[in-house]
Design a protein around this ligand. Structure first.
Ligand code: HEM
Length: 190
């Protein structure tokens, strides 16, 4: 699996999702932040559920330790928000391994930017450490090692000739995420 190619081919998609969230804006206010968390809940919960449903046995422990839906629930509870966003985006096809791991690349990669976002929102919104920012803090000091481990797993499990299938899936997931955050996503009726 050529991770460098995956990174290069999805660079523009990453810029688009970065621009679709106000999280790093200087003037970010609490209402915008909480709205963003509610919206994120829809895509994160839907992806984590689907991945757990269809992921192969060997991937299950990793899916479990990487779950971030409980962190979003903690944050929403911290802000006293009982109403989560129950909408569910229509996810890309994830039944093949390259399909699943392409979408997982997007979800896991978002933990990297999350480290910057956590620091920014804690200062901008005067949040205590992890109080309302636990989703972005995510795996904390384990973020780097866990990302490395994920990349190693991609290299091990995906042969070179399937790189393009992973790229297609990652691009589709970035697009789903982007549309969802802009409230333009198709809803999954299931
Ligand atoms: C304001 C929002 C965001 C910022 C500031 C941001 C920032 C970053 C940064 C700095 C990195 C590189 C970290 C490193 O190399 O150590 C990164 C990587 C990544 N981010 Fe984001 N990000 C944001 C949102 C997102 C979102 C919403 C997603 C997914 C939907 C995402 C997916 C990824 C992926 C897949 C990578 C890994 C790229 C690679 O090295 O292969 N990011 N992000």
């Amino acid at each position: 699996m050529d991770i460098q190619k995956l990174r290069q081919e999805t660079e523009a998609d990453h810029h688009n999702v970065e621009d679709s969230v106000p999280l790093m804006h200087q003037g970010l206010n609490l209402a915008e932040y909480v709205q963003c968390l509610q919206r994120l809940y829809g895509v994160v919960a839907t992806w984590e559920e689907r991945a757990a449903e269809i992921g192969p046995e060997w991937l299950q422990p990793s899916l479990l330790t990487r779950q971030r839906r409980p962190l979003l629930e903690l944050d929403l509870a911290w802000f006293g928000v009982a109403e989560k966003n129950d909408g569910r985006p229509m996810l890309p096809e994830m039944n093949s391994l390259p399909g699943l791991l392409g979408t997982m690349y997007v979800m896991e990669g978002s933990t990297l930017g999350g480290q910057l976002i956590a620091r920014h929102v804690e200062v901008a919104l005067h949040l205590g450490e992890g109080q309302g920012s636990s989703y972005f803090r995510g795996h904390g000091s384990q973020t780097g090692p866990m990302w490395k481990e994920f990349c190693e797993m991609l290299k091990l499990r995906i042969p070179d000739e399937q790189t393009d299938a992973v790229v297609v899936s990652a691009k589709a997931m970035f697009r789903t995420f982007w549309m969802w955050m802009q409230r333009k996503s198709a809803m999954d009726g299931s």
